[in-house]
Design a protein around this ligand. Structure first.
Ligand SMILES: [Zn+2]
Length: 219
């Protein structure tokens, strides 16, 4: 991944929340982001003019073969999603497509011979990596992940809160370094039950030491 991309992706993810008047730790539904970006998101079953037998194939036996696709329509873009997938999977599918658009990746090419009888993005490993990374950041910001872990939320609770899949949460935890950061914080404080206790402890320390206790954590 090109230098600085990961930092940029985090900043974008926080920036879009800011534009939508959400906090950095808030969930950002993919459809809200799409609306903000002016990109229509359409259920494949509702695509006008698409043959009913093709729709049935795409939602049943062919459902595992595709996630979502972005089509250029009159100089703009439209994302068509696979409504056979779970809500959590749809979130990551949609964010992935929006990430491609935000990154201004190479436009889709028409691939009629493929399994899916319409446009599919020509596969570019570098661009796919970027879309995967940014898509995941958009779903859960690094500060949001750290906030959730500090609150003692497990992967299931984090997934539920962000409307994300468990694999997405695991991916973010494994690649963002938040667990290492959290363990460092724990070392400093011992193993607090929760962070309300930590705050109280800091306040008590400050009260006992009028000059003020140095806080060495990064919160
Ligand atoms: Zn992609």
């Amino acid at each position: 991944m090109r230098h600085g991309f990961k930092t940029w992706a985090e900043r974008e993810s926080e920036g879009y929340r800011n534009s939508l008047q959400l906090s950095k730790t808030a969930p950002l539904p993919a459809r809200s982001l799409a609306t903000h970006l002016g990109i229509p998101v359409v259920d494949v079953a509702a695509v006008p003019g698409l043959n009913q037998s093709v729709v049935s194939e795409l939602l049943s036996t062919g459902a595992n073969a595709w996630s979502a696709v972005t089509l250029p329509v009159a100089g703009k873009h439209m994302v068509i999603f696979n409504s056979a997938h779970s809500a959590q999977r749809q979130e990551s599918d949609l964010m992935h497509e929006l990430a491609h658009l935000i990154c201004k990746h190479t436009p889709a090419t028409i691939d009629i011979s493929g399994k899916v009888p319409w446009a599919s993005r020509s596969f570019n490993p570098e661009q796919e990596k970027e879309a995967e990374w940014l898509g995941a950041c958009l779903q859960i910001t690094r500060v949001g992940l750290l906030w959730a872990i500090k609150r003692g939320m497990n992967n299931e609770a984090i997934a539920e809160f962000y409307g994300a899949s468990i694999p997405l949460v695991t991916f973010r935890r494994n690649t963002s370094g938040v667990d290492i950061q959290f363990r460092r914080t724990q070392k400093f404080y011992g193993h607090p039950q929760n962070f309300a206790d930590v705050d109280r402890r800091v306040q008590i320390t400050v009260a006992l030491n009028p000059k003020g206790a140095e806080r060495t954590d990064s919160r």
